[in-house]
Design a binder for this molecule. Sequence first.
Ligand code: CS2
Ligand code: MG
Length: 402
Amino acid sequence: MRIADARVIVTCPGRNFVTLKLVTDDGVTGVGDATLNGRELAVAAYLRDHVVPVLLGREAHRIEDTWQYLFQGAYWRRGPVTMTAIAAVDTALWDIKGKVAGLPVYQLLGGRSREGVTVYGHANGETVDDVLAEVGRFTELGYRAVRLQCGVPGLSSTYGVSGDRMFYEPADAAVPTENQWSTAAYLDFVPTLFRRAREEFGPGLALLHDVHHRLTPIEAARLGRALEPHGLFWLEDPVPADLQEGFRLIRGHTTTPIAVGEVINTIWDCAGLIREQLIDFIRCSVVHAGGITHLRRIFDLAALHHVRSGSHGATDLSPVCLAAALHLDISIPNFGLQEYMRHTAETDAVFPHGYHFADGYLHPGEEPGLGVDIDEDAAARHPYRPASLPVNRLADGTMHPW
Ligand code: CS2
Ligand code: MG
């Protein structure tokens, strides 16, 4: 069974997505997400110019060999563009293998290790009262875990807070929007948010927070310590993970669990964090970390070191990525939590899928393969629109991580 066709589909049903669709000479199709927020066309070009020509005619069952061919064969290893392109091929090949076997992909990965995939929702708001009202809505929907992001008094914009609560989308303009940041105002405010949340919702609900790479290690240590009384499930991306020694300092000062990984692309970029047990949750995704094959390798390494999974699942990861994540999540021994931000109805219409939410869990469904597809006619009705992620500046104009 050989790969006979490979199509790179760029569509914008509310936001941009890049999808690779492979077709075998027997007519079996497989899909892989190739979306890299704000850099979509770089991955589309990488796929079209450098990957599709070497895929045509290859044996579709050889997933590992194809992964190694694309990774080693590039010579220029790693990086988000390369790893997203490889991920798309890998995911599509798993989809094909599942369809040929007549089994959902999770069965090929060893079968179920749990009954459902626990997910967390996003409670965002301008004020503490707004955020707590959102948390209440999520608990009514059955969620067991919620991430809280709130406007910081004195700041005009804060990560995670936008006009549309249900369908948060940070890539909001062709030329990056400029946001404003003050670490002092933020550190002063965040413990109040979580104190109020615990007072209102009690100890049972898992509460999470994303710092979005904005602190230094000592500032993160202070925040982790201040949040300890409120028992967070995790504190995400407290600092950029470029200087990984910094996590030793955070670790030395706080027992608040740390989650990292959404901008990490390979096992070599997180092996140190995992081996030294400097983090508690690894948040890499299928689409940005080389597909199901490579993400499973990362999760296996993590399992040896008491690190659990916490896959990134923002709206810029397409339903194809979410479906693939669920097959991994349900099968691995060290599952932690899955991020779930609902896609818009327009996006769901372009990507018909079998996964579904019930009682705080997502379920991958029982369709052979990944259980997700792209409706190419619907996709064609939504042409690409340039959109960039924002940037951040301090009050004096200094650039700061967004
Ligand atoms: C975020 C993302 O979901 C998260 O945890 O950090 O929303 C992130 O900002 C986007 O995926 C960037 O594309
Ligand atoms: Mg994040």
